[in-house]
Design a protein around this ligand. Structure first.
Ligand SMILES: [Zn+2]
Length: 439
């Protein structure tokens, strides 16, 4: 018999789709196996539906799990390693030299740290692009989270053929693993690191494997200028002309867009991962999220790697995303709280191509976050969506379920040994920094 979890007495953020949430007071969420069986008043639950576990959610908000739509999880090892540096020198002088010394074990432990931090902040799914991705898949399978995984491919680097082979192997081995918790993609890193011939090779492999594409696009002004000088068009137009968007594509950043670029993204159904803090901290710019949403583009919210963002907290990303749209458009109505929360949940789920994920409704996958509202910064209760988006913090996350299984219980991680993780990452981070300094 499948497990049956009954979440009782909370304010449930219910309702499918893109609109404002339907917030049900004193409602229940019934989970059977990996899916939500029922959402509504307790009286509506069949009398013979006996739970194997009850969770008391009185005084708490019950939300869909957050989806971090673009990250490089193992970069937690480089958190705080090179801050206050612009993107290109940051990559070329600091990050890439440090990454040269990374081992598969480093990536495994760095990813476990990121999963721990994410879970305790209510993130149930993430899209990761990095290397040693078989070790990331191992961490995902062991901890019980959900992920969209791809081996980052840099066409201009030596060993790009081997990297593509590893990317293929990842897809062949892990597509659909963990009862469908893992989706795999191929990841040509960006137009400025992948020449056309290499992109075509990646697309041919994606065609064969019938897998999606994950990439970085239009992140900085420097990239726009470089691609224009080289190919006479914008990065979006360039990738469209290469045929990238004939494949299901997840494009991170999309900061510098012409209106024609937005049309191209909308027409091809390209999904965008918006990284507000990373785009601020690396001085990349403000993505036109409002225009993208108006054009019908699916947009998910993301942290990017912790080496650029310094944390993996979707509450902070939500707050900055909403505030950036308001101030850049000089319009306080831009990106309202409910739309921001949709972007952080179902928007991300759609961006990553997970079906029936990101809403609290029957038939949806049971990825659920229970937020404790009993804190001074969460009184009084006027509008609960505003409270969650503008006032709540990661530390308010109490319980987290992924695929119907409780992974965080009363704030405690059930599938990760944090003491071991802390010890491993500190030793490994010190070794990496020493090796990079020696060059
Ligand atoms: Zn990235």
């Amino acid at each position: 018999m499948p497990t049956r979890v009954l979440i009782e007495g909370g304010w449930v953020f219910a309702g499918e789709g893109d609109g404002p949430f339907e917030i049900l007071e004193d409602a229940v969420v019934a989970v059977e196996g990996e899916r939500i069986a029922y959402v509504g008043p307790a009286a509506g639950l069949p009398a013979d539906w006996a739970p194997t576990r009850r969770i008391d959610a009185r005084g708490k908000a019950v939300l869909p799990g957050f989806v971090n739509a673009h990250t490089h999880h193992a970069m937690t090892l480089l958190r705080g390693y090179a801050d206050d540096v612009p993107l290109m020198p940051w990559l070329r002088e600091h990050i890439w030299p440090a990454e040269e010394n990374l081992t598969g074990d480093d990536v495994y432990w760095g990813t476990l740290l990121a999963i721990a931090e994410s879970l305790q902040a209510g993130v149930t799914t993430f899209a990761d692009m990095y290397f040693f991705m078989d070790r990331v898949a191992q961490a995902v399978l062991e901890t019980g989270v959900r992920a969209h995984l791809s081996r980052g491919l840099i066409g201009v680097a030596p060993g790009s053929d081997r990297a593509l082979e590893e990317g293929r192997e990842l897809v062949a081995t892990f597509q659909g693993a963990g009862e469908g918790r893992i989706r795999c993609a191929l990841a040509p890193h960006a137009p400025y690191t992948c020449p056309p011939e290499f992109v075509r090779q990646v697309l041919a492999a994606a065609e064969k494997l019938a897998c999606p594409i994950h990439t970085h696009l239009a992140e900085t002004k420097a990239e726009i200028e470089e691609i224009r000088a080289q190919y006479g068009k914008s990065p979006i137009r360039h990738f469209a002309d290469l045929g990238v968007f004939e494949h299901e594509t997840l494009a991170a950043h999309c900061v510098h867009l012409e209106s024609e670029d937005i049309e191209v993204l909308a027409r091809h159904g390209v999904r965008v991962a918006h990284n507000p803090i990373s785009n601020c901290k690396l001085a990349s710019g403000i993505a036109p999220v409002t225009e993208l949403l108006e054009a019908g583009v699916t947009v998910g919210l993301a942290s990017d790697g912790a080496a650029s963002t310094n944390h993996l907290d979707m509450f902070e990303e939500m707050r900055l995303a909403a505030n950036l749209q308001k101030v850049s458009r000089m319009d306080a109505r831009a990106l309202p709280a409910w739309q921001t929360l949709r972007m952080a949940t179902v928007g991300g789920a759609r961006a990553l191509g997970f079906d029936k994920l990101g809403c609290l409704a029957p038939g949806y996958l049971a990825d659920i976050v229970i937020l404790d509202l009993n804190a001074p910064h969460l009184w009084p209760r006027h509008d609960l969506t505003s409270l969650v988006v503008y006032s709540a913090k990661a530390a308010d996350v109490d319980t987290v379920l992924v695929h119907g299984r409780v992974l965080v219980d009363g704030g405690e991680l059930l599938t990760i040994d944090m003491e071991r993780v802390e010890h491993e990452v500190q030793a490994r981070a010190e070794r990496l920094a020493r090796a990079a300094r020696r060059g």
